[in-house]
Design a protein around this ligand. Sequence first.
Ligand SMILES: Cc1cc2nc3c(=O)[nH]c(=O)nc-3n(C[C@H](O)[C@H](O)[C@H](O)COP(=O)(O)OP(=O)(O)OC[C@H]3O[C@@H](n4cnc5c(N)ncnc54)[C@H](O)[C@@H]3O)c2cc1C
Length: 309
Amino acid sequence: MALLRSLLLAASQNVWLREHAIHYPFVRNSVSRFMPGETLEAALGAAQNLAQKNIGSVFTHLGENVTDGSEAQKVTDHYLEVLDRIHATKLGTEVSVKLTQLGLDLSPDSCFANLEQIIRRESSKSIVWVDMEASNYVDATLQIYRRALAKYPNVGLCLQSYLYRTKKDLADLLPMKPSIRLVKGAYKEPPEVAFPKKSDVDASYFSLAKEILKAKQQGNCLRAVFGSHDVPLIHRLCDYAVGRGMLKSDCEVHMLYGIQRAEQERLARDGCRSVVLVAYGTYWYPWFVRRLAERPANLWFMVRNVVAS
Ligand SMILES: Cc1cc2nc3c(=O)[nH]c(=O)nc-3n(C[C@H](O)[C@H](O)[C@H](O)COP(=O)(O)OP(=O)(O)OC[C@H]3O[C@@H](n4cnc5c(N)ncnc54)[C@H](O)[C@@H]3O)c2cc1C
């Protein structure tokens, strides 16, 4: 299973596959399980449906590593339009951005300026979430995040429990009252920087999550979000929060569109804050293959689609 995961993560970065695989109908059919469509309209439709079940939404426009400034500006303009459209719906949907899509590889200053435009357009009651990408981007991402958080309280950051460094990164951030979305981590990382064993990643997640919940209770973390589909882990965390006298709604869980739908609904019914990250856009190949790597059994959906096509 670990070998298959490594192969899939390598495939997620393969340019030839990215350019060719997206044209096969069985691949396109398979991706539809994880995204409602390629357009903003499709994402807005999904958010309306989720809202009827008391489930919130966060939008992300797929893409990463843009190679020129005008492309980064185009992505920024798109997010500004998205926020205007969201505000008109009153759905309360938030957005989550990748800094390499806002030009981090080109210039940290212009990437910050792009992020700042997006934060300024967002309502002060909603968070603009910043994704965490591969480990070589963590320092640059943290620098930009700290710079943004010093000016705007409504910006949140994703941290990854598979990285050894995250415990210290979290401790360093807490004095700034951040908003944190904790995930396990989706990239192919060497054992020098990340726990190779899944059981260690899970243990690190639980331990970091407890720190985040404690910080929330003490007023040192504005929003504490758990980005995971690991149902037993989420239950343990909710029990931990309630055991400390916190409200169920202090346990905010974000999942990806199409994964653990029943649990998303159960959490919402049970009084937790349940939110779905809705991805859309045409640049879905690397993102989709990372979803396959997270659960190689997803490959069977592809196989079924090959047979059906
Ligand atoms: C809201 C959100 C935001 C994220 N943002 C980032 C980010 O910015 N940076 C980053 O590196 N990673 C991000 N991730 C991905 C994350 O790092 C993990 O790769 C992913 O969530 C799988 O880990 P898990 O916590 O669900 O637990 P796992 O232990 O991997 O999975 C637990 C169970 O959930 C189900 N499951 C998990 N993944 C899938 C899947 N793809 N398809 C079907 N079932 C599945 C399976 O039943 C599995 O047994 C994000 C995830 C979420 C939910």
